[in-house]
Design a protein around this ligand. Sequence first.
Ligand SMILES: C[S@@+](CC[C@H](N)C(=O)[O-])C[C@H]1O[C@@H](n2cnc3c(N)ncnc32)[C@H](O)[C@@H]1O
Length: 334
Amino acid sequence: MLDNIKSYYKTEHGIMLCANSLEIMKDITSGSINLIMTSPPFGLVRKKEYGNVEANEYLNWFKDFAKEFYRILSDNGSLVIDIGGTWNKGLPTKNLYNFKLLIMLCEEFNFNLAQDYYWWNPSKLPTPAEWVNVRRIRVKDAINNIWWLSKSPYPKASNKRVLQPYSASMEELLKNGYIAKKRPSGHDISDKFSHNNGGSIPPNLIAIPNTESNSSYIRYCRNNGIAPHPARYPSELPEYFVRMLTDEGDIVLDPFAGSCVTGEVCERLNRKWICCELIEEYLQGAVGRFQEINQQVIRENITYSINKPGTMWDTATEGILPYDGGKKRLINQV
Ligand SMILES: C[S@@+](CC[C@H](N)C(=O)[O-])C[C@H]1O[C@@H](n2cnc3c(N)ncnc32)[C@H](O)[C@@H]1O
């Protein structure tokens, strides 16, 4: 497999290719990939520098990739796609392309939706400014969809790989015990609830700020006069799915690799990896990720919180809603 393909860079576990992944996948054996972990170019109404596809043409563009993804994935493998939404041009409404992609992959290409995840970036700035900051008719858009898809309804997976620390109240409960009783909803909470499973099972909302500014990758780019990739995902995002869905020695493909974050994570976790990227400059920077693989990543225990709505609700000061839904800017809105 990939014997006749020229690599851009190789490591102990992986290979970086500067090529169109559609071409490369033709050379990948059917059923040989355990996980496809990727963030494709998002469908945008305003193009980014690496040539994103127009949201309206997105499904057509994706079809050839979808066919190959299905063919090369192992029967118990997973396809995980990080995809951001986009706004319709000049309007405070969202394009549906990310949802249509999910429906197409399941209905036309036979994938199962193993689970829908949401990646919340707590450091996201309030955008789009016109609707959020100026006219105040929408809220901050801070979520990406993560579609976890699989060929079988039972892809190999274990949530034990992604446990989180128990909350203080749960720790207390584990220490003092729990009196089994029925909840008001009728659910019977048995005494198994107070069993210590080593950590709490996380929800399908992943909170990771996308704020990398002083990593060895950024320093390598800076020292070598290379522009860092403009749309990187944080390493914890692929790491979460690589840990939950693959074992050591499994093969992970990132067909839209950008700066090879996926490859870096796999190298550290002893997974084999193939990263494919069209633009050479992104790979020049990506090489910096493999100069020194740090096995001892220091993980801080950080909790991000969102207030339960209501703390600031005040009927007396809320005023009236814009009668036209914010279609016209008000005089004092700048
Ligand atoms: C959203 S970025 C991925 C960023 C990456 N996850 C990271 O964190 O660095 C999508 C990448 O896909 C690349 N790309 C688009 N079409 C491609 C293709 N047919 N084959 C390989 N790469 C492609 C783009 O050049 C872009 O760098």
